[in-house]
Design a protein around this ligand. Structure first.
Ligand SMILES: Cc1ncc(COP(=O)(O)O)c(C=O)c1O
Length: 451
């Protein structure tokens, strides 16, 4: 006979389980009868006996020494200050380094028109909005960008947030409420995880499925009540591995089981789809995907987030999303820069072709050199190193050879999948890419990863 665990292995609604338990035992036990109520002395004695050594909240911080150890070994790859940034080449510690870890996919952060748009916006509107969109923080610039972005993405309406991370938190707990279900890929971005946790905190139900595994999605969704509201949330392009969601199957499962769809296109807009319109467009499923959200921090060369969808849903979010209503709106410079980046993206679609050409050249180069990579079609190419210490050493050697990449170690990735996560820009020239490959091959041979 199925029990509560075999029936619903992916359900982790602790509030519900606790109240189930409480109801099951209600009235069955009286822990103490009235005559057993302790005297004052007994209470004092018990309290004395039960007093425990207090734990300092900060103990975990004092005990966290892993980063210090890696720093002491000279291998620490994080928080490296960039002194100048031209896009494919940056300056760190006074040296010119080729950047192969940025999400500046179209290379627009250093584009003169984008910079100029930001400067002009500061001159016109000042440096900040000093209020939320809901109250005093809406500029005509926000409305203009929302209108243009909705049109670009093929949806009725758009809403801007201050970051992509905040956008996920602004959508998921606002839409998925008590008795409704959020169904999420296990490898979704941390911003989605945070949004799901918030929804759970507000008594929504929560189900996870194996990474991009549509059989598993169907297995878990089948167990949810058909009549309950459901939202399937997935990255369009997964941020660590660069693989693309199996959207056609996801859409057919959503239809079959009465679910809405939210796609995170942070790494897809400007990279895949017609003219860079993202995952839904890549699969010709724009009408079937209910909502897409994304960020300005990658293709759009700025800082901020957005969601596109139907006018009614966007209107609801506008009036209920706490991450929107209680946080200041994106700054004039951020919006103006992203708006200009969108204009350039539409005007110069050849940038996307160059980005994909660059990424394919690198994929081919890594494979020919004998590296183990996660293959794909996007601008993210993970090169598997397979061990934490080796990953730190690999990063340092690459850095010494003039190349900067991202180091992902466990538990951020599963053991054995420690990687140099590389990513590319439309503004990388062949000479940059060749230098990156040469450095990888030199270091790979030195550290015994390739022959
Ligand atoms: C897949 C994904 N979603 C959301 C975000 C959050 O975007 P932002 O940088 O605007 O907070 C990121 C950023 O790293 C991301 O990779």
């Amino acid at each position: 006979m199925p029990n509560r665990f075999t029936e619903r292995p992916y359900f982790f609604n602790w509030r519900k389980s606790m109240s189930d338990w409480a109801n099951a035992f209600k009235g069955k036990f009286n822990w103490r009868s009235k005559s057993e109520v302790p005297t004052e002395t007994e209470v004092k004695e018990t309290k004395t006996v039960e007093r425990k050594t207090p734990v300092d909240l900060f103990e975990k911080c004092f005990n966290f020494t892993r980063a210090d150890e890696v720093k002491a070994a000279g291998l620490y790859p994080y928080f490296r200050p960039i002194e100048e940034n031209e896009g494919p080449v940056v300056q760190i510690e006074g040296r010119k380094i080729i950047m192969a870890g940025s999400n500046n996919y179209l290379g627009l952060t250093a584009h003169p028109e984008v910079k100029e748009a930001a400067i002009k916006a500061i001159e016109k509107y000042g440096t900040g909005c000093s209020g939320s969109r809901y109250l005093t923080g809406t500029l005509d610039l926000h409305n203009e960008f929302e209108y243009k972005l909705a049109k670009f993405m093929g949806k009725e309406a758009c809403l801007l947030f201050s970051t992509g991370y905040q956008t996920a938190q602004g959508i998921i707990p606002t839409l998925v409420q008590r008795g409704e279900y959020v169904i999420t890929d296990k490898d979704n971005h941390a911003s989605i995880v945070a949004g799901v946790i918030m929804a759970r905190g507000m008594s929504a139900e929560f189900v996870r499925y194996k990474h991009n595994d549509m059989d598993d999605l169907e297995r878990v969704i089948k167990r949810t009540p058909f009549e309950a509201g459901k939202l399937i949330v997935t990255d369009g392009v997964f941020s660590t591995t660069g693989d693309i969601v199996d959207l056609p199957r996801l859409v057919s499962i959503a239809k079959k089981y009465n679910a809405r769809i939210l796609v995170d296109d942070a790494h897809a807009v400007g990279v895949i789809g017609k003219g860079g319109r993202g995952t839904a467009s890549h699969f010709n499923l724009v009408d079937e995907v209910d909502m897409t959200f994304g960020t300005f921090s990658k293709t759009f060369a700025s800082l901020g987030g957005f969601v596109v969808g139907s006018e009614r849903v966007i209107n609801y979010l506008k009036h209920h999303s706490s991450a929107l209503i209680f946080s200041a709106s994106p700054t004039p410079a951020s919006v103006a820069a992203a708006l200009k980046a969108l204009e350039i993206l539409e005007r110069e679609p050849e940038r996307i072709d160059k980005l994909i050409r660059n990424s394919n050249k690198m994929r081919k180069g890594f494979k020919e050199a004998g590296f183990k990579i996660i293959d794909g079609q996007t601008a993210i190419i993970p090169v598997i190193i397979g061990d934490d210490l080796l990953a730190f050493k690999f990063w340092k050697e690459l850095f010494d050879n003039g190349v900067f990449v991202n180091t992902f170690i466990s538990p951020g990735v599963p053991p054995g999948m420690q990687m140099m996560r590389t990513s590319y820009m439309a503004t990388h020239e062949d000479e940059h890419l060749d230098q990156i490959l040469d450095a990888f091959i030199k270091v790979g041979k030195k550290l015994g990863l390739i022959n």
